[in-house]
Design a protein around this ligand. Structure first.
Ligand SMILES: CCCCCCCCCCCCC/C=C/C(=O)SCCNC(=O)CCNC(=O)[C@H](O)C(C)(C)COP(=O)(O)OP(=O)(O)OC[C@H]1O[C@@H](n2cnc3c(N)ncnc32)[C@H](O)[C@@H]1OP(=O)(O)O
Length: 288
């Protein structure tokens, strides 16, 4: 499997991503250094949101906001505020539950409606990328969001015996802290009042929270395996009139294995974003 790299489509359109090609070169350019704008033109976002010139002369320094139309800005501000609020409600509900009951048993059941609503709402993030109002790669966002949707609906919602596993708490906590930080980061960025500690948290917390979240997810899928095998849920057996078979148990094994190539790509993507935003480095993509 190739490497996930950010790629800028020539001049127009939403940012693309591809699974091949040579590793990007990291250049520690200062935002104001000569060549920075041109470098970003070949390495960074494509200007869909920025109205930047073709040659990229107007491209903004790393971490600076692009210019968006009022409709996109208004929508994204609303979306990010709603999502921050949703995940905050979830965090408060989890803390309250634990303080009142002193156990994690029953926690998932008590917060599941809110979780399902806001995590499913996050599918809009793929649309945001597709229509180009955010400069993130559709592929990176797609993997991130679909793995969450999968965990919420096809694992935790569907397999009740695993809802009280400690591993569920692990990924719930990791997701919740991440999302409160991430959506408040986007909100404050859009309002042009980004406190440094939120920016710092956005690009540092993931270093721990990503592995914690992934460990929680993998342990939860692992805990689901015996039940899935025993019940044959979501599986299609032969013979049937369509002559197709599907085994959810093996699908789960393949999904778990797919974390091995996919998770490092997401993690390194975030590390690159971190270097870009916190340290002003620019990723140069060579197309040859
Ligand atoms: C069917 C089954 C499928 C199964 C598949 C299995 C395989 C799965 C393997 C991997 C599994 C991962 C599981 C994940 C678990 C967890 O989440 S654990 C908790 C920790 N998680 C994280 O830390 C998540 C980190 N991920 C992200 O932040 C994103 O999801 C991302 C897409 C991976 C990266 O974000 P990205 O957008 O690239 O970086 P940013 O720097 O934040 O944004 C870039 C620019 O885009 C702007 N932007 C993005 N979104 C918005 C928005 N909503 N509103 C406004 N602006 C937005 C952002 O401001 C940046 O703009 P500039 O500043 O102008 O550059």
């Amino acid at each position: 499997m190739g490497r996930l790299t950010e790629a800028a489509e020539a001049g127009v359109g939403a940012q693309a991503a591809r699974w091949a090609g040579p590793p990007p070169t990291l250049l520690p350019l200062s935002p104001t250094s000569p060549g920075c704008a041109a470098t970003m033109a070949s390495s960074d976002e494509d200007g869909t949101n920025g109205g930047t010139s073709e040659a990229g002369e107007d491209r903004e320094a790393p971490g600076k906001r692009r210019r968006l139309g009022w409709l996109a800005t208004t929508w994204l501000t609303f979306y990010n505020i709603a999502m921050t609020a949703g995940w905050l409600v979830l965090a408060i509900a989890m803390v309250r539950f634990y303080m009142e009951k002193g156990t994690h048993r029953g926690l998932y059941k008590s917060i599941q409606k809110t979780l399902k609503f806001f995590q499913t709402f996050a599918l809009l993030e793929i649309i945001h990328c597709l229509i180009g109002i955010v400069p993130t790669s559709v592929l990176v966002t797609g993997v991130q969001v679909s793995s969450r949707i999968f965990m919420v609906w096809l694992i935790t919602h569907s397999i009740k015996p695993i809802q009280n596993e400690e591993s569920v708490v692990l990924f719930l906590v990791a997701w919740t802290v991440t999302e409160i930080t991430r959506y408040s980061f986007y909100t404050f960025s859009l309002l042009d009042h980004l406190p440094y500690f939120i920016k710092w948290a956005r690009y540092n917390f993931f270093i721990i929270l990503y592995p914690v979240g992934v460990a929680g997810e993998l342990l939860t899928i692992y805990a689901a395996l015996p039940y899935v095998k025993k019940t044959g849920m979501f599986s299609i057996r032969l013979p049937n009139k369509y002559n197709v078979s599907f085994d959810y148990y093996y699908f789960l094994l393949i999904t778990m294995a797919s974390y091995i190539p996919l998770f490092p790509q997401l993690y390194f993507h975030m590390l690159r974003q971190r270097r870009k935003v916190l340290h002003g480095e620019v990723i140069v993509e060579k197309d040859d």
